[in-house]
Write a protein that binds this ligand. Structure first.
Ligand SMILES: Nc1ncnc2c1ncn2[C@@H]1O[C@H](COP(=O)(O)OP(=O)(O)OP(=O)(O)O)[C@@H](O)[C@H]1O
Length: 608
């Protein structure tokens, strides 16, 4: 498909929900174009009546006979009519300008929302498989460029109609002269299309990729700044950025230089036609050109008006082509056939969440990438309601993957996770997730007050927030900050320590009073005392809560009702701490390893 038909198809897709709005806009554009052309045609009688030449366009004569009293001087009548039409045009021009902006902002707004909605509705797997910089570019740079493309398309409609009406006037004034001009025009457009559009498109694609690369490098640089500083690799990142920017410079130069060619060419063509037309008029009339001045002047004026509007239309088209790669990227996101993937990821989502007895893992297997070793291999276990269970195992054993499945970030490849016998894939995801409190290793805080970071959109009282903060052992440090709960934490919480961030994240989840609390290394950044305080809170809460703890430090999980031990994706042992120690297997090996490294506290050893 050609770049132009591609653009038209995408625009049809984007504009189709706004048919009435577009129809109104087009009506006002057509009215404006008609009046504009009528205004120019009035120059014809004005010149002729002025020069006393009896050579009027017949249509205008008929119009005057119908409209004006015969006693009126036709020269004055034409001039007056010109004034009236000019006033009308000023009014309609305002309507068209506002209408165009309104159409543009409406379609742009809908695009912005649709892209966000589409990205938001993708399964977690989609985000995990994409570079963050690419995702940022789609939602920001690509949407911005697509908005520009929409603007160009709206302008193209206006300039296109205007050009069409000018062309009709030219045909009315002189059919053959217009044919000659058109042949020149078509020949020129053909060369421009062949040589320019494909080049603009090619270079714009390069520009797009370069912009994306630059955005990825910059984003990686900012998010990894600490590691970059301490590894002394600033120069390496400078080189990476430099190479991305170099490509961008070349692409920008090409795209902008190519964009200027039509303007120069149009200017050249227009004035050449006027000069040549004047010479031809003189030659063909043998010097007696006065009777033809009216028609020639009007023709040239119409041509003079046609060329800028044609040139603007062409520039709109050229810019549309320039933005097409971004538009295609965004369009691809909007029409991506993800229904199948989403329904398999999200299941039928029909049943309400209800949890009275147990959560079951029934022969659950999972892999992140097809063909690779299974990350979880036929896992079967049960978690009774309001019990406290722990999942342990060496690094890479699959503990977080179990949490990921429970948090619906991924779905099992085979087997099922059931709540009271109902598969998770049949339960309404949002309903289920509203009862699950998941605290992972990465804690997200955003630029707002501590209070809002804990509230996180939840409808609750000040007391609820404070109580949650106390349970998360965060209240004390919050009160020690300058503005307490009103303290604004910097972007990504840079003003907080890792442990403080973790405690805010824990308070946020406790506030939601989930039925199932899933802690995946949630206290890993905390000192032993803080960890112990939070675990005591969790113990208090767990009277009405099912708690699943994933932790490296085995001292954290010794009081769990049941401990599941994973090894290489398989469930190898299960039981209480004492039962597992007696087994003298994987759990004991991990435990003794930690005791040697000093990770298991003396108090917990003594308990044994
Ligand atoms: N998004 C992913 N894509 C591909 N492989 C992954 C992904 N996440 C984890 N894995 C792999 O799956 C295996 C299990 O990872 P998982 O994070 O569940 O282990 P873990 O027991 O929680 O480890 P740790 O204690 O180190 O956090 C590892 O081999 C890991 O490399």
């Amino acid at each position: 498909m050609s770049v132009i038909s591609d653009s038209v198809n995408i625009m049809r897709f984007l504009f189709s929900p706004f048919k009435k709005l577009i129809a109104l806009y087009l009506i006002s554009v057509i009215a404006l174009s008609f009046l504009e052309v009528f205004r120019i045609s009035l120059v014809y009688p004005i010149i002729n009546y002025g020069l006393g030449v009896e050579n009027q366009p017949k249509l205008l004569d008929a119009f005057y006979d119908f409209l004006l009293p015969s006693s009126m001087n036709p020269f004055v009548a034409s001039a007056l009519l010109l004034l009236v039409i000019t006033v009308m045009i000023a009014g309609i021009y305002g309507t068209v300008a506002y209408g165009g902006s309104y159409v543009f902002s409406t379609v742009r707004d809908s695009l912005d929302r649709k892209v966000f909605e589409r990205i938001k509705s993708r399964p977690y797997r989609y985000f995990a498989g994409k570079k963050q910089g690419d995702l940022l570019y789609i939602g920001q740079g690509a949407v911005l460029e697509s908005s520009n493309a929409i603007n160009q398309f709206v302008e193209l409609l206006r300039n296109g109609f205007m050009s069409l009406f000018y062309l009709l006037l030219l045909f009315y004034l002189s059919f053959w002269l217009t044919i000659c001009v058109m042949i020149l025009g078509i020949f020129y457009a053909f060369i421009v299309k062949k040589s320019l559009f494909s080049r603009v498109y090619r270079n714009s694609s390069v520009l797009n990729i370069s912009l994306m690369e630059k955005s990825v490098v910059y984003q990686e640089f900012i998010s990894g700044i600490k590691t970059i500083f301490i590894t002394g690799s600033l120069d390496y990142w400078s080189e990476k950025y430099d190479s991305a920017v170099k490509k961008l410079k070349k692409a920008y130069t090409n795209v902008y230089a190519l964009g200027k060619i039509p303007i120069i060419a149009n200017d050249f063509i227009m004035f050449s036609i006027i000069a040549l037309g004047g010479i031809l008029l003189y030659v063909f009339t043998g010097g007696d050109f006065i009777p033809y001045i009216g028609i020639f002047g009007t023709f040239m004026l119409a041509l003079y008006r046609l060329v800028p509007s044609l040139s603007a239309a062409q520039s709109n088209l050229s810019l549309l082509v320039q933005y097409l790669p971004s538009l295609e990227l965004v369009y691809g996101i909007l029409i991506e056939d993800s229904d199948e993937e989403e329904s398999s990821e999200n299941g039928s989502d029909s049943k309400e969440f209800s949890f009275r007895e147990k959560i079951e893992f029934d022969n659950v297997s999972f892999f992140y990438e097809e063909g690779k070793r299974k990350t979880l291999d036929n896992i079967t276990f049960e978690i009774s309601k309001n019990s406290r269970i722990a999942i342990v195992g060496s690094s890479g054993a699959g503990k977080t993957t179990v949490a990921n499945l429970l948090a619906l970030l991924y779905r099992p490849v085979s087997g099922s996770i059931l709540i009271d016998g109902v598969s998770l894939s049949e339960i309404c995801s949002s309903d289920y997730l509203s009862h699950l409190g998941y605290i992972g290793q990465e804690t997200f805080v955003y630029h707002n007050t501590i209070r809002e970071n804990i509230r996180f959109g939840q409808d609750c009282s000040e007391d609820d927030i404070m109580e949650a903060a106390k349970l998360a052992d965060a209240h004390e440090f919050i009160m020690a900050t300058n503005d307490g709960y009103d303290t604004v934490i910097g972007d990504q919480g840079l003003k907080l320590s890792g442990g403080q961030r973790q405690r805010i994240a824990i308070a946020r989840i406790i506030l939601r009073k989930p039925e199932i609390l899933l802690l995946d290394e949630a206290t890993s950044s905390l000192d032993n005392i803080s960890e112990q305080k939070i675990m005591e809170s969790v113990e208090k809460l767990s009277k009405n809560m099912t708690v699943i703890i994933i932790a490296h430090r085995l001292s954290t999980v010794q009081n769990a009702d049941q401990i599941f031990v994973l090894k290489g994706g398989k469930l190898v042992e299960r039981g209480s701490h004492n039962e597992l120690m007696e087994l003298r297997g994987e759990y004991q090996r991990l435990y003794l390893g930690q005791k040697k490294d000093g990770f298991v506290e003396t108090s917990s050893l003594e308990k044994e």
